[in-house]
Ligand binder design. Structure first.
Ligand code: F6P
Ligand code: MG
Length: 475
C-alpha cells in the first residue's frame, strides 16, 4: 500500500523481539484458552445442532493452533460476508503466502484474531459468541478494590467541581482543573497496564497491584514521554474560544477495568466542560483477548447498575472453592450508584456515542487511516482523538523498528501534522516499538533491572511497567 512505512516492521522470526515470544509462547496459550472456553459452553448445550457446531469450532481452533505451532502456511480467510476479508487475503498474497513465523508481527496477530472470529461468524448458532467474555468480566470483578477506590475519588471530584462552579474561569480554578485533567488521564493510562493478553505472564495479584492509587503515584516516574499538557491546552483553548461543540474521541482498548477508567475520564471531561461530547470506538469482533466490543458496555453498565448483585453473587469459581464474596458496604454501593447515575444522565443527554468501525480490526496499520475517507473525516471533527493502549500505539507507529529517538509526529506518518486529526496516545509499553525518547533514554532503561542489558533485547518495553503519552497536533 502506498501509505505504508518504509521502515521495516517487527517480524515473528526476530528472536530478539516480543513478536517472537508472542507467536511462540503466548498465542498458543491464548488459543488454548479459547478452546477451553468454547468447550465449556459446548458442554452446557442442550440443542444437538448447536452442540455439534460447537464441536466443529473447537476442532477448527485446535487446527489453527497446530498450524501456528508447526509454522505452516497461513491460509486465506474464509469469506464470512464482511468486506475486510478481501483485504486480509490480498495482504497474505502480497506477503508471498508466508508461514506463521515469516511474517510481520502486527499483520499476523490481527489475522489470528480475525481467523478465530470466522469460525464463529460462519456458524449458525455461535455467531455472537465471545470467547473472551467470561475472562473479561471475571477480571473486572477481581479489580474490585481499585474500582471502589476510583468510584469514591470520582464522586469527590465531581461533587467538589459542582460546588466550585462559581469560581470557573479564575486562575485558581484553571490550575485545579489542569491538575485533575492530568490525574484522570494518568488513571486512564495505567488502566492499560492490565490487559488480559498479558495474563499469560501476570497473576491477578500482579494486576491488582498495578491498579491502586499508590501504584499510580509510584509509577509517575515511569512515564518516559509525557505530552499531556499539550492535549490539555488544545481542549482548554477550544472552550476558551467559545466553540459550542467540542468532541473528544476515544479509540478504545480493553474492556473491564480499562473501559471503566476510560468512562471515568470521559465523565470528567464532560463534567468539567473540557468536552461536550465523547465518541467511543470499540471493536466489532472479539480482539486481542480483552478489547472492548459493544456488548462489554452493556455488561459493565449492568454490573454497575446492580453492584451488590454483581459483587455478592458467587462466581462459578467461588462456588467450586466454597468461598463467599465479601458484601459491599452502603458507602461503596452508594459511590458506584453515583457513577452510574452521572453516566446515565450524560448518556441520556446524548453526550456519549458508541461508534464501531470495521477499520479498527483490519490487519494494517493506522498509516492507512487517511484512505478510510469517511472515518478520517469524522475524526477530523473531533478536538482530540485519544488512542488507548499498546496495540493502537503499534498501529499508529506501524509497529516498525524506528530508532527510539524518532519524533512521534514522524513515526505516525500520514496521521501526523497536516492530517487534520489531533492524536493523543496513552500507552503502557508492551511491545518493542517506542518513539519520541530523549537520546540515551532507551540505553538508560535497558541498563535497569530486567531492562534487557546488553542482550540486544528491549525487554523493558514488554511488561507494561513503562509508559508513553505522546501528542501530535494534526490541525
Ligand atoms: O500480543 C501483542 C500485544 O499487542 C502486546 O503488545 C500487548 O501485550 C497486547 O497484545 C495488547 O495490549 P493492549 O491491550 O494494550 O493493546
Ligand atoms: Mg487490548
Amino acid at each position: 500500500m502506498e501509505l505504508d512505512t518504509k521502515t521495516p516492521q517487527y517480524m515473528n522470526n526476530d528472536e530478539k523481539s516480543f513478536a517472537y515470544v508472542s507467536a511462540r509462547d503466548r498465542w498458543p496459550v491464548i488459543i488454548t484458552g479459547a478452546i477451553d472456553d468454547t468447550y465449556r459452553s459446548v458442554s452446557q448445550c442442550d440443542d444437538p445442532a448447536k452442540l455439534n457446531e460447537g464441536k466443529t469450532i473447537v476442532a477448527e481452533l485446535a487446527s489453527l493452533k497446530y498450524e501456528l505451532q508447526h509454522d505452516r502456511q497461513m491460509t486465506p480467510l474464509r469469506d464470512d460476508g464482511e468486506p475486510d476479508i478481501a483485504g486480509y487475503n490480498a495482504e497474505l498474497e502480497k506477503l508471498g503466502n508466508p508461514t506463521w513465523f515469516n511474517v510481520p508481527w502486527l499483520f499476523s496477530e490481527c489475522y489470528l484474531y480475525r481467523r478465530i472470529s470466522t469460525s464463529f461468524s460462519l456458524s449458525t448458532h455461535w455467531k455472537q459468541y465471545d470467547i473472551f467474555s467470561r475472562q473479561k468480566m471475571a477480571t473486572f470483578r477481581s479489580s474490585r478494590p481499585a474500582v471502589l477506590e476510583l468510584a469514591a475519588r470520582y464522586k469527590d471530584i465531581i461533587t467538589q467541581m459542582n460546588k466550585d462552579k462559581a469560581k470557573k474561569g479564575t486562575p485558581e480554578h484553571d490550575e485545579a482543573e489542569k491538575i485533575l485533567f492530568h490525574e484522570m488521564c494518568e488513571i486512564c493510562l495505567w488502566g492499560n497496564a492490565t490487559d488480559l493478553s498479558l495474563l499469560t505472564s501476570l497473576t491477578y495479584e500482579d494486576i491488582q497491584k498495578l491498579q491502586g492509587s499508590e501504584a499510580r503515584k509510584a509509577s509517575e516516574k515511569n512515564i518516559i514521554v509525557n505530552d499531556l499538557e499539550s492535549a490539555y491546552q488544545v481542549l482548554k483553548k477550544a472552550r476558551d474560544e467559545g466553540k459550542a461543540e467540542r468532541r473528544v474521541d476515544i479509540v478504545l482498548d480493553n474492556a473491564g477495568f480499562e473501559l471503566y477508567v476510560d468512562l471515568i475520564l470521559a465523565g470528567f471531561l464532560l463534567s468539567s466542560g473540557l468536552a461536550t461530547q465523547i465518541v467511543l470506538h470499540p471493536k466489532s469482533i472479539p480482539w486481542f483477548v480483552s478489547d472492548v466490543v459493544p456488548q462489554d458496555f452493556a455488561d459493565l453498565l449492568s454490573a454497575l447498575a446492580q453492584p451488590k448483585k454483581f459483587y455478592e453473587t458467587q462466581s462459578e469459581d467461588e462456588k467450586l472453592q466454597d468461598k463467599t464474596p465479601e458484601p459491599l458496604s452502603d458507602k461503596e454501593a452508594g459511590d458506584l450508584a453515583f457513577l452510574f447515575q452521572e453516566w446515565g444522565q450524560q448518556y441520556a443527554e446524548g453526550q456519549f456515542a458508541i461508534r464501531p468501525n470495521r477499520f479498527w480490526t483490519h490487519g494494517g496499520s493506522f498509516w492507512r487511516l487517511p484512505a478510510e475517507k469517511e472515518l478520517v473525516d469524522d475524526l477530523k471533527t473531533s478536538e482530540l482523538v485519544i488512542f488507548k493502549g499498546d496495540l493502537n500505539y503499534r498501529k499508529l507507529t506501524a509497529d516498525a523498528a524506528w530508532d527510539p529517538t524518532t519524533p512521534f509526529t514522524e513515526a505516525i506518518g500520514p496521521m501526523g501534522p497536516g492530517s487534520g486529526v489531533n492524536v493523543l496516545a496513552l500507552r503502557t509499553c508492551k511491545a518493542d516499538v517506542v518513539v519520541g525518547l530523549r537520546a540515551g533514554e532507551d540505553e538508560r532503561i535497558r541498563a535497569t533491572e530486567g531492562g534487557g542489558g546488553d542482550s540486544g533485547i528491549r525487554k523493558w518495553a514488554w511488561s507494561g511497567k513503562w509508559a508513553v503519552v505522546s501528542y501530535s497536533g494534526g490541525k
